[in-house]
Design a protein around this ligand. Structure first.
Ligand SMILES: [Zn+2]
Ligand SMILES: [Zn+2]
Ligand SMILES: [Zn+2]
Ligand SMILES: [Zn+2]
Length: 171
């Protein structure tokens, strides 16, 4: 008779190799998508009270593809949903609002003159301007002025002469 048997009571058994696989299932909580499971087996030996606890790791959701349940618009966010194949838990997420087409705001040009060719009596001039805001460049023709005829008396002769350029009218 083993002395230790008496000293430690029922807990102290002669050493043996546990046989949990062949033993009784004390507890069996299957793992779910979100929670670990637990399986507790008692040793098959009729005199052994030891149990083995095995943690069954949680499975994690097996989601389907995202499915749009509400289309996003320019003013409202949409919704899409996916469902777990195992537990049917649904997960939803927002779909961003659709981007509004940026309206093209026409430039209220502020032109600054950058170049000028003055018009003369007989030739058109032009001026070049650049918009201070958008850099748009435009060239505007300045119509020729036309002569400013004046009749003047020179040596008892009446001549018609342009007061601007001094050209004499010949006809
Ligand atoms: Zn055992
Ligand atoms: Zn799930
Ligand atoms: Zn502009
Ligand atoms: Zn002239």
């Amino acid at each position: 008779m083993n002395v230790a048997y008496f000293r430690y009571g029922a807990v102290a058994q002669p050493k043996h190799t546990h046989n949990f696989e062949g033993g009784e299932v004390v507890k069996n909580i299957p793992a779910t998508c979100e929670a670990d499971g637990e399986k507790t087996m008692r040793c098959a030996s009729s005199t052994c009270m030891d149990v083995q606890v095995t943690v069954l790791p949680k499975l994690g959701h097996k989601y389907s593809e995202w499915k749009v349940t509400k289309e996003a618009t320019v003013t409202e966010t949409g919704l899409e949903e996916r469902v777990c194949d195992n537990c049917k838990k649904a997960e939803t997420r927002e779909i961003e609002k659709l981007k509004e087409e940026e309206p093209v705001i026409p430039c209220e040009h502020v032109y600054i003159e950058t170049g000028r060719t003055d018009a003369t009596c007989e030739t058109d001039g032009s001026k070049t301007e650049v918009c201070d805001l958008c850099g748009d460049e435009k060239t505007t023709a300045i119509p020729k002025l036309g002569h400013t005829w004046q009749e003047i008396e020179i040596d008892d002769e009446t001549k018609t002469i342009c007061s601007v350029c001094g050209k004499e009218k010949t006809e």
